[in-house]
Design a protein around this ligand. Sequence first.
Ligand code: FES
Length: 286
Amino acid sequence: MTTPSETPRPGPRPAKQTFAAAGEDVDVMAISPVQEEGMLTDDRPASPFDDDIVAKARELAARYPQSRSALLPMLHLVQSVEGYVSQEGVAFCADQLGLSEAEVSAVVTFYTMYKRRPCGEHLVSVCTNTLCAALGGDAIYQRLQEHLGSDGKPLGHEEVAGTPGEPGSIMLEHAECLAACDLGPVLQVNYEYYDNQTPEKAVELVDALRRGEKPAPSRGAPLSDFKSVERQLAGFFPEDTDAFRADVDGPSQAVETLRGAQLAADRGWTAPALPDDVPLPEVEHK
Ligand code: FES
């Protein structure tokens, strides 16, 4: 009988082959554990997960009473190395956490923050949810698609302008509500906010990124790159923790964010006080 830990490991595919499989059905193709016969060879490239990454993965697993709880940060750790989650990344997490590759794959394909094809140096996410769309988010996304496309073909969702991972390369995606509706239309670069955007401002921003510049976000931490942010999302921060904390913990609200609270304060509005003894509803025991 085959146990999950005995599942044959397909080994890494050449990056070109993995990316080439990234068509409409990339979610399945790129991480499917099903491999063609003959894919296992002895001349596999060295694992991208070196001793330092293995140590970090073990540190993550040890942070939780159940090691499998470390899967989400561990997938961010994988992305900090690879720039996406390859089949080898799936196998790495499965090995570290005693999970099957199918279990890891199910998580990777569920969350949009885990990329199944190599990302650019930067990830540009344009909010096209209802409020931002009505305020111009759809127009921003369309303009960036056209601006970043090539040969007259607009760039598609999760496609990369430039060579993935190379300086100045950009993965574009549309996103649903980036939780900054008060400042819409918004976009993010590597999850840092750029508020009150227009198509023109967005084009200027991506052009600066392609030139290797790091325009300051509207608030929060300074801009870095996708892989560095993934390392932080995994729970590993720069050595200069104080400076890092000062950036991240800096003011992140805008005038618009507090407008409702300010109006209430100006007009003397308060919420009704909660009674001390609120009867709890009966719970039906089955
Ligand atoms: S709708 Fe765009 S941030 Fe909420």
